[in-house]
Design a protein around this ligand. Structure first.
Ligand SMILES: C[S@@+](CC[C@H](N)C(=O)[O-])C[C@H]1O[C@@H](n2cnc3c(N)ncnc32)[C@H](O)[C@@H]1O
Length: 265
């Protein structure tokens, strides 16, 4: 069997020419972002009108921008290291006096930062390994005002988990052995609960509807997005197994996302 190839680091968020990134293709077929935006809007609506927020690894900023409650007067610092996403972010926040953007990694920002925030948002930051979570979460908490809130968002345990586990362990067993578990919010929840009793979990449920049959190219892009393995490097018999799996689910996979709300005492 030929060796399946891991996709180039972070390729999921990179455009090739004027094409959509695999992440953007995935977004077209999932209800996750819409449901997540409603939920974050709900959470932010419970805070005062003029809080100071830090959004770490904010991408193009659209997630938080679309979640902000109407008539609020938030002061927001958007932090994003990727130059491509940062350029999009700058356009998205043009003309907003209360918004400020920084083109740095969290590590660079944290070294020189002296500010504290009412809310720190850390959503889907998969570039940090789980072994770094104890230190990373402590650093995030140290950026909070005394009664500030950390909002941590991470994948849940769902049919995507099953899909990833099944095919990643099959394709790259050395890297993903049978007992390997795809990343989810549980580890962060465990660490945060030990730090404060005032830690709440909210679950968002959504669905991913593959454009199965109508657009096989996009089905492959979504599979690559989740497996992080180049489709063309997958042996044909496993490609067929993947397509059969999707067909048996009638093209629909249930998704779960966890929002952890941690209040500093
Ligand atoms: C999966 S995206 C999440 C985007 C956004 N937070 C959301 O939930 O829609 C991860 C983001 O983290 C950024 N990132 C990667 N390494 C980072 C680092 N060291 N510090 C801060 N952000 C980082 C990436 O450029 C990307 O925009």
């Amino acid at each position: 069997m030929k060796r399946p190839k891991l996709s180039t680091l972070n390729h999921q968020y990179k455009n090739v020419g004027d094409k959509l990134t695999p992440f953007e293709i995935y977004l077209k077929y999932s209800t996750e972002k819409d449901i997540s935006i409603k939920q974050l809007n709900n959470i932010l609506s419970q805070s005062s009108n003029s809080v100071k927020i830090l959004d770490i690894g904010c991408g193009d900023g659209s997630y938080l921008l679309e979640s902000i409650p109407k008539d609020s007067n938030f002061e927001i610092t958007f932090l994003e290291p990727s130059i491509q996403l940062f350029n999009k972010l700058e356009k998205n926040i043009q003309g907003h006096e209360n918004y400020n953007s920084i083109n740095k990694t969290f590590e660079e920002f944290n070294l020189e930062n002296k500010e504290v925030f009412d809310i720190v948002l850390a959503s889907h930051l998969y570039h940090f390994s789980q072994s770094e979570y104890p230190i990373f979460l402590s650093q995030l908490i140290s950026l909070l005002e005394d009664s500030g809130t950390l909002i941590w968002i991470e994948r849940g345990i769902d049919e995507i988990t099953d899909f990833k586990k099944r095919f990643k362990s099959k394709l790259l067993p050395d890297r993903y052995p049978k007992d390997w578990e795809p990343r989810n919010y549980k580890k962060a929840l465990e660490i945060l609960k030990e730090k404060s009793a005032d830690t709440k979990l909210v679950l968002n449920r959504s669905v991913l509807k593959f454009p199965y049959k109508e657009n096989l190219d996009e089905v492959m892009a979504i599979v690559e997005f989740y497996l992080n393995i180049d489709w063309t490097s997958i042996p044909i018999e496993v490609q067929n197994e993947i397509l059969k799996y999707i067909e048996e689910k009638k093209g629909i996979l249930k998704q779960e996302e966890g929002i952890i709300i941690y209040k500093k005492k």
